[in-house]
Design a protein around this ligand. Structure first.
Ligand SMILES: *Cc1c(COP(=O)(O)O)cnc(C)c1O
Ligand code: SF4
Length: 405
């Protein structure tokens, strides 16, 4: 665990980083001949994404289920995995957390009557195309519908990866105009798809335009590139982010196996550019639904300067029900974390309510019983180790009366 390795590229030296496996060193046979510099190019990573079963043949051993799902589900929701992300997958274990997020699963083919195409009613709250305005102060601004890796658990499957829904240039302009003329829009979440699939130029235009709007106090960038394509975090991109700083970057790590030397460097570069880093994890059955897994992920993230922000309950979107956990699983994880890791490592456990109800937070109940006393209720709590403690919840009016006597 201890010790550190130095990664240096020609253009940026992030200094010492915690030691983590490097995807380059773990690269599959398919990419044996690739040199380190080529591996570092995000254009190369993007162009060499694995999309078809034969691409995966000399990377891992496809299980019968994965093979079948590939044939049947790829048309519904595209398959794409960057060489970097593929290198983090286990070759032999289909239960690998990284693999389950990147490779089609048989569960995607099943449908249930409770599932919804647009579970968060994001389309219904669209004042203009590309903007969801559900909370008074916050707007969600979709600037791209593409991603380097198409996550099998994506809640926006209905439009992500669909070329017909690409955010065109005039749609970006329309979105910016809406934000400009909506003074309550104080907090803008730049999202997608993945906003980092835009070119530096286009993204720079959007971010500078937002920064120039007086009432926009907070700019957030929701991106999974630090996980799936960390090479996209270049000195040039960081220069743009530094110019409009601070940008709150919300990334999306779900499993400790997704942490790599390349991701560590990307996060360091974002920190150096004045970004504030937060992680939005999605709770996924069989991937990260054990308390120890979340604990390990959150410890590693804190070490890299990225604070766990949300642990999200899996939505009611179509084709992802095999990933869903009972609400109780999340509550059990929260109870485990509290007391075992500093408060900065404890995320908010939230459920995004269907139909546009918004996010609500679920908190484990620590109160086991209450009884009356002359001063107010005596509340019995159980702590994270299950021990019992009593707390007197004083009724102030009873105290005052007592003082006057
Ligand atoms: C989640 C979400 C936000 C941001 O919410 P926070 O709880 O402030 O992170 C904004 N708009 C929409 C539509 C959302 O779903
Ligand atoms: S990066 Fe985000 S938007 Fe893109 S496929 Fe994954 S979860 Fe969906």
């Amino acid at each position: 665990m201890a010790g550190s390795t130095r990664v240096s590229t020609q253009r940026f030296d992030p200094g010492p980083l915690p030691s983590l496996p490097s995807s380059y060193e773990r690269r599959p046979r398919r990419f044996e001949h690739i040199d380190a510099q080529t591996w570092e190019s995000w254009h190369w990573q993007h162009q060499n994404r694995l999309r078809r079963p034969e691409h995966f043949e000399d990377v891992l051993e496809l299980s019968a289920g994965e093979r079948e799902a590939f044939q049947k589900s790829a048309q519904r929701f595209r398959v794409a995995v960057t060489p970097h992300y593929a290198a983090l997958m286990s070759g032999s274990n289909p239960g690998c957390g990284v693999r389950q997020q990147g490779l089609p699963q048989p569960g995607e083919l099943r449908n249930y009557d409770f599932e919804l195409e647009d579970p968060l009613a994001e389309e219904a709250h669209m004042p203009v195309p590309g903007i969801t305005h559900r909370y008074p102060d916050r707007v969600l601004f979709y600037v791209s519908h593409h991603c380097p890796v198409y996550c099998r658990h994506c809640t926006r499957k209905r439009k992500v990866s669909d070329p017909t829904t690409a955010a065109a240039r005039d749609q970006l302009a329309q979105g910016l105009e809406y934000i400009r003329t909506t003074p309550t829009a104080r907090d803008v979440v730049v999202s997608g798809g993945d906003p980092l699939t835009l070119s530096d130029e286009r993204l720079g235009e959007v971010l500078r335009a937002l920064r120039a709007i007086d009432h926009v106090e907070v700019i957030r960038l929701g991106t999974r590139n630090p996980v799936t394509l960390p090479q996209r975090i270049t000195p040039e991109l960081c220069e743009i982010l530094r110019e409009v700083r601070p940008v709150y970057v919300h990334t999306h790590f779900n499993h400790p196996d997704e942490l790599s030397q390349e991701s560590a460097r990307a996060l360091r570069m974002l920190l150096d550019a004045g970004c504030v880093l937060g992680n939005q994890m999605v709770l996924l059955r069989g991937v990260n639904d054990r308390p120890e897994t979340v604990m390990e992920l959150n410890r590693q993230l804190l070490r890299l300067g990225c604070r766990p922000y949300y642990m999200l309950q899996c939505d009611m979107a179509q084709g992802i029900s095999h990933f869903r956990t009972p609400l109780q699983t999340g509550l059990t994880i929260m109870k485990h974390l509290r007391g075992r890791i500093g408060g900065m490592g404890v995320p908010h456990f939230v459920v995004d309510l269907p139909g546009g109800g918004g996010k609500v937070e679920l908190v484990p109940d620590h109160i086991v019983s209450t009884r009356e006393s002359p001063w107010g209720q005596v509340v019995a709590f159980s702590n994270s180790e299950g021990e019992r403690f009593e707390f007197v919840d004083v009724d102030p009016t009873r105290l005052e009366r007592d003082d006057e006597r």
